[in-house]
Design a protein around this ligand. Sequence first.
Ligand SMILES: [Zn+2]
Length: 357
Amino acid sequence: MKKFLIAIFLLQSTFAFPQSRKTENLIIVTLDGMRWQEVFGGVDQAILDNPKYTREKDDIKKLLWSDDREERRKKLFPFLWNTVFSQGQLYGDRNTGSYVNVANPYKFSYPGYNEIFTGYPDTAVNSNDKIKNKNTNVLEFINKQKGYQNKVAAFSTWDVPPYFLNKWRNGLYVNSDQDPIAYSSPTAKLLDDMQKLSMKPNGERLDIITYVAAREYLKTHQPKVLYISFDETDEYAHQGNYDHFLAAAHAEDGMIADIWNTVQSLPGYKNKTTLMVTCDHGRGDKIKDQWRDHGQNVEDAGQIWIAVIGPDTKPLGEVKTPVALYQKQIAPTIAALLGFKFVPDHGNAEPILSIIH
Ligand SMILES: [Zn+2]
């Protein structure tokens, strides 16, 4: 009897979300250290007005400014505030009581990505060093499921994602920074040349190379789960270059729009794909000089945001019902969108139900 009950339990665990699930494919995009303040409020006037951080204030005002907060954010993130706003969901505007936080105490990249993908805010994960992650991540979990084997891939600008995803343990395809773009297509060859020959203002390949390499992989290999990891927002923020921070954010919104339009134009993906966009950590706010920084001692740097669009996600737009969500819930949510139940190695992260129903 006990065995029988266990069997029923396992069956329920595996097929916890069987009802009319339409999502077969998943695209996850992260914008490194992208502040919720700009996502929900557009250009921040106090930073714009500070010549120490903003070189070309007039140009930015022309392109991205409006006195109206909702118009302003639409100018900076047109895809998020037109398409996702009308067809998907956005969480994290603290002005409306929507709180999304990291659960890890560190508020920098590796601990954040570990939390996103393993659902476990492991206090032992406390540096950005190239250490192979011990924790099981949701991408390798999905890569083991029937129909998903060798159909999960990741592309990153930064060179640490192969470590937090531990590709050596699980065989995930992770293409990062200077890895050759060596799969067989004329576009891949061109991209590989551009990667080698273009300038690297931040010492790593440009986000646009990461993006187009990922899009080409999608077209040539048809992955069912694709993770695209951008980095430029964090780099320019640390440099105190608000012009480029905004330009990178705006360009990444355009790439996210492009990947959405691409999947919606391909029969294998159209109306069967969910797109989730989020970030690894926030940045400072109250002390305006801290917008550049994040980490354990920066008060607001644990504040993040989530945007989702897809066939199983109700078009609620900006979700203003007061919520307190955590980064660790992203991994089980990703699995649940595909109909799987992912249980982190430790802890108790649950899927975000309003996204999956
Ligand atoms: Zn950083």
